[in-house]
Design a protein around this ligand. Structure first.
Ligand SMILES: Nc1nc2c(ncn2[C@@H]2O[C@H](COP(=O)(O)OP(=O)(O)OP(=O)(O)O)[C@@H](O)[C@H]2O)c(=O)[nH]1
Ligand SMILES: [Mg+2]
Length: 402
């Protein structure tokens, strides 16, 4: 970025910040006014014990506008470069991008920082490409993706002189192409439930990767977006699984269909859930499944059985089998993805735990080597810490230069 560009960006971000700050203050005042009115009314009608609802007040706290700092400026710029206007920016989006950028800090350290240190302002050389290769592999980007990127850069270097900054720009574009390929192949940029139909999303993956947590966050996103949502607790393997899901269901007001009896059949729970879903015109049924290793055949058979039930009972349902992957497991996660992709008919991936791992690059390996579109990413344990995947934002956050 040139100095003038950077001044303009800061100016732009400052305007966006001022606008958001004003909006937040207005909202606060509005809320305070409502709170005062409510207290007055409560006083007046104490005998009647009537509770007045404040529509803006929710159980789930709205994020607060933080400082006007680097994080804000960067997040605002990422939104601006995607065509957002100043008055279209929300605190929620800024909050998420800040989280994503912070989450990918470890992946970025020893990667971009090191690369920029090495490059300085000098043009790229074959030696700096060797360094880049090592750094990409170390960030768990995977051998295939790394080879692809390095060979395109090499071709470019043979044709022209490439400065450090232009090199990073080119790198971002190449990485984005890799991530976008399976998304483009899938025919839809964004995974959203189809209105007026029953959509069934199965969350699968090995133990502890974050399936149940992700399902809880999805239930929140879905009900907030006004889809009629239902949860099926088909992890009958782990004793506490149903309770864990009910907590998530309560948080977003989504009902959980379960069978508390010991050794309940997961497919039977899904059977019950489909019946309820049909009765209530549910649009999105989220199915939590037990953590399993792809080597455990009986568990993999169970998944097949669940799918069969769905196909039989609701043949026109739109079924998505989403593999949940823990980014902090790096190449190990990739191995799981490959085996799962072989035995379970997967349609997408969800990458979790991007906060605080140095292995966020594994997302690229999943796209290139397993050919799965990444549909959502999670960066934290909170209900709002999951977003639909946006490859531009992801690559910008991974290669942010500050
Ligand atoms: N930091 C962080 N922790 C996460 C994230 N997603 C899930 N977790 C944590 O990971 C742990 C395991 O999450 P679960 O959702 O229970 O994982 P699971 O895949 O359902 O586990 P099993 O049902 O036992 O197979 C919990 O402590 C979660 O809070 C994330 O995006 N970031
Ligand atoms: Mg679970």
């Amino acid at each position: 970025m040139t100095n003038t560009e950077s001044d303009n960006s800061r100016e732009w971000a400052a305007q966006a910040y001022a606008l958001l700050k004003k909006r937040q203050e207005e909202q606060k005042q509005e809320l305070e006014k409502k709170e005062e009115q409510k207290q007055e009314l409560e006083k007046k009608e104490e005998q009647k014990q009537e509770l007045i609802d404040i529509p803006n007040k929710q159980n789930i706290a709205e994020p607060e506008l933080g400082e006007f700092d680097d994080n804000f400026t960067w997040s605002a710029m990422v939104l601006a470069s995607q065509g957002k206007k100043i008055n279209q920016i929300s605190i929620d989006e800024i909050d998420w991008l800040t989280k994503l950028r912070k989450g990918l800090e470890e992946t970025r350290k020893g990667f971009v920082t090191e690369l920029l240190d090495k490059l300085g302002d000098d043009p790229l050389t074959p030696e700096s490409l060797d360094d880049l290769e090592t750094l990409l592999i170390r960030a768990d980007v995977g051998i295939d993706s790394t080879d692809k990127v390095i060979s395109s850069l090499r071709t470019k270097l043979n044709e022209e002189v490439v400065g450090g900054e232009a090199g990073i720009k080119f790198l971002k574009r190449e990485l984005k192409l890799i991530i976008d390929k399976p998304i483009k192949n899938s025919g839809s940029d964004l995974l959203v439930p189809q209105k007026g139909k029953l959509n069934v999303w199965l969350l699968v993956g090995v133990n502890g990767v974050g399936k149940t947590t992700t399902l809880g966050k999805l239930a929140y996103l879905s009900s907030k977006s006004n889809y009629k949502t239902l949860i099926a607790a088909a992890d009958t393997f782990r004793a506490a699984a149903v309770e864990q899901l009910k907590v998530w269901g309560d948080r977003s007001n989504v009902e959980v269909i379960s069978n508390q009896s010991k050794n309940a059949d997961p497919a039977a729970v899904v059977f019950d859930a489909i019946n309820s879903a049909k009765k209530r015109n549910v649009e999105l049924l989220l199915v939590d499944t037990a953590g399993r290793l792809q080597t455990k055949n009986n568990l993999m058979d169970e998944l097949a059985k669940i799918k069969k039930i769905i196909d039989k009972k609701v043949p026109d349902a739109i079924v998505e089998s989403l593999l949940v992957l823990d980014a902090s497991q790096g190449q190990n996660g990739l191995k799981q993805a490959k085996s799962f992709a072989k035995s379970a008919d997967l349609s997408g991936a969800i990458i979790t735990k991007l906060d605080g791992t140095s292995r966020g690059g594994v997302s690229l390996a999943v796209s290139e080597e397993v050919n799965l579109p990444i549909r959502f990413i999670g960066a934290g344990e909170g209900i709002k810490d999951l977003r639909p995947f946006n490859s531009y934002e992801f690559v910008e956050a991974m290669l942010a230069d500050k």
